[in-house]
Design a protein around this ligand. Sequence first.
Ligand code: FES
Length: 358
Amino acid sequence: MARFHPLKVTDVRRETRDAVVVTLAPGDEDRALFDFTQGQYLTFRRIFGGEELRRSYSICSGRDDGVLRVGIKRVEGGAFSTWANEALAPGDVLEAMPPTGRFHAPVDPGAARHYLAFAAGSGITPVLSIIRTVLVREPKSRFTLVYANRQISSIMFREELEDLKNQHLGRLSVIHILKHEAQEIDLFTGRIDAAKVEALLSGWIDASTVDTAFICGPEPMMLDIAASLRAHGLSDAQIRFELFATGQPGHTRPRPAASVPVAPGTGILATVTLDGTTRSVAMSGKGQTILEAALAAEMDAPYSCRAGVCSTCRCKVLQGEAEMRVNHALEDYEVRAGYVLSCQAVPLGDRVVVTYDE
Ligand code: FES
């Protein structure tokens, strides 16, 4: 099964000094595959210096915009994002996996909801997709966005948000929090921390009216905001997270690990089902993850961040046990059902049976 599909770059728009918005067009045969849900992301791959790099970027267009668009912010030392910001041009072709991700809430055209979102920096990208979709598909709902940036010049989609406010009068309100720029209201200057969120929820946003809250940004900020929202009465089910992995390694190619021939009775044996094919893979032990073992055996197992964030590598443990080092992506119910992030999962016994197909 082809995991990656060609997407033609039809437009590259500079959004800020450090960010571009890239419009992509799948071929006719792949159009249905790239029919996305608001808040999802695409995983791209490209060879840099002989090594394959995979990076995920969130879709920023709404479902009714008729285009597939991602925002790519340059991160310091990031090969992919630097290349995209400096060299990517219309006519280029990128390879991407179909959209994935569960950072959204089901849309109900008859609902009159109040959504609240907190986004930091490029964390706005999936939130913008959600806002654009909800404003069109839930005409009686409204949205409050708290958007944190360093300064005005680094705000992505600033004009687009203003346009949306004007197009949907009274249904979108945006509070900009700027770290390095003074604003008329002191509360809106500085970084988003527990005290600031508390002040926002006490004086500016009535949490009792909020149906669903979305948070997208770095982990400490997300934890502070979620704790405040819970203290103001929101349940876990009302709070959706999307963690932006800042600690992704520069190169995501699997660590050198030779394919180990299966030798019954020695080491750990993983039985891996992928795309309907089952293989037995001898693991090297020493903390090798299921994903590393599958890739070392030249199975085309899916992955992107390799940091326990994106869930692209999700598989289900059918027999045996595996422990995840980190899990920023799976919900409790998925873990209870036996799912693990294979990039983080290390078998606990000497035999584990997993499938990527369920
Ligand atoms: Fe992203 Fe495993 S590859 S969570």
